[in-house]
Design a binder for this molecule. Structure first.
Ligand SMILES: C[S@@+](CC[C@H](N)C(=O)[O-])C[C@H]1O[C@@H](n2cnc3c(N)ncnc32)[C@H](O)[C@@H]1O
Length: 269
C-alpha cells in the first residue's frame, strides 16, 4: 500500500471543494443519515461531507497515523480498517463514498463490493483521471518534464491511476444500479504571494526529493541512464522555479479532472 504524508494530502486537496460542489449533487448529501468516507486519510473529504450533510460522518483508513490527524483536525469519528473488508455490519450507512482511493487499489472491484455490503442506498467514488492532468508554468521545461514523469509513472505504477471512463463500468460490474457520472475540475494555482508550502514544494523540485518519491515506479519503465538524465533535468527545472520565485515571476496552474460516480445498491433478497 502506498504511503501518503499529511502534507501531501493537504497540498493535493487544497481548495478542491472550496468553489463549486455541484459535482457532488448525486450523492444526495442533504438527506443522508450515516455517511462513511473510505480511505479518508486526513479527512479532507470527510470535512466536506460533514458540512453538506445533516447525518453522522465516519472515516475509515488503513493508515493509523493519518487517522490520528483526521480525528484531531475534523473532530469526526475515524476508525482503522481495510476498504476491501470494511469493519461494519451490512447496511450500516446510507452513503459509502471514497476520494482518490480506488486508483490506489490493485483490485478496486473488491472495495466496491465491500462498499455495497455496508451501504443500504448509495455508493460513490471521486477519482482523479491522472492521464488527463494539465499543467501550465512560467518555467517552460516544467510542463514537458511533468508530462514525461506522469506518463512514465502511470506506466510503472501497479494500480490503475487513470480509471477515467472505466469507473462507471466498475460500478455496474459490482452490481450497482442507476450509475451516474459528473466531472469536477480541481484547479490549483501557484502565484505570488507564495506560502510556506509553495516554497517547500519548489525546494523539493530543486533538490530532486520530490521526484525521488516516485523513483520505484519510474525505474520500472525508464533505464538507469534515462532516470539519471530525468533527475538532472528535473533538478535544473526546480532551480529555475526557485529563481523565478525569488523575484516573484513564477506562476503555475494545474488542472486535475476528478470523476464523481454514484450508484444505487440493489434491493437485497
Ligand atoms: C490518495 S489518499 C486519499 C485520502 C483522502 N480520501 C483524500 O482525498 O485526501 C488514499 C488513502 O487511501 C488509504 N488506503 C489505501 N489503501 C487502503 C485500503 N486497502 N484500505 C483502507 N484505506 C486505504 C491510504 O492510507 C490513504 O489515506
Amino acid at each position: 500500500m502506498r504511503k501518503f504524508s499529511p502534507e501531501y494530502l493537504r497540498r493535493t486537496r487544497d481548495g478542491m471543494w472550496t468553489g463549486s460542489r455541484d459535482a457532488l449533487r448525486d450523492l444526495s448529501l442533504s438527506d443522508r443519515n450515516r455517511v462513511l468516507d473510505v480511505g479518508c486519510g486526513t479527512g479532507e473529504l470527510s470535512r466536506v461531507l460533514d458540512a453538506e450533510s445533516p447525518g453522522d460522518v465516519v472515516g475509515v483508513d488503513a493508515d493509523t497515523e493519518l487517522l490520528a490527524v483526521a480525528r484531531r483536525e475534523t473532530g469526526l469519528g475515524a476508525v482503522a480498517g481495510d476498504a476491501t473488508r470494511l469493519p461494519f455490519v451490512d447496511d450500516a450507512f446510507d452513503l459509502v463514498v471514497c476520494q482518490a482511493l480506488l486508483v490506489n487499489l490493485p483490485r478496486p472491484t473488491d472495495a466496491l463490493a465491500s462498499f455495497s455490503r455496508v451501504s443500504s442506498d448509495l455508493v460513490a467514488a471521486v477519482e482523479p483521471d491522472n492521464a488527463a492532468v494539465s499543467v501550465d508554468s512560467t518555467v517552460s521545461a516544467e510542463v514537458a518534464l511533468e508530462r514525461s514523469v506522469r506518463e512514465a509513472y502511470i506506466e510503472g505504477v501497479r494500480t490503475d491511476v487513470a480509471l477515467g471512463d472505466r469507473l462507471p463500468d466498475l460500478f455496474r460490474e459490482a452490481g450497482l444500479r442507476d450509475v451516474r457520472t459528473r466531472r469536477h475540475f480541481h484547479r490549483k494555482v501557484t502565484e505570488p504571494p507564495y506560502d510556506e508550502l509553495d516554497v517547500r514544494v519548489a525546494a523539493r523540485k530543486a533538490d530532486g526529493s520530490g521526484l525521488a518519491t516516485h523513483e520505484a515506479e519510474l525505474r520500472r519503465t525508464l533505464s538507469d541512464s534515462a532516470y539519471d538524465a530525468l533527475r538532472r533535468d528535473w533538478r535544473q527545472m526546480g532551480k529555475a522555479v526557485v529563481e523565478q520565485m525569488q523575484d516573484e515571476r513564477y506562476r503555475r496552474a494545474e488542472v486535475v479532472p476528478f470523476d464523481v460516480v454514484v450508484g444505487r445498491v440493489p434491493d437485497r433478497l
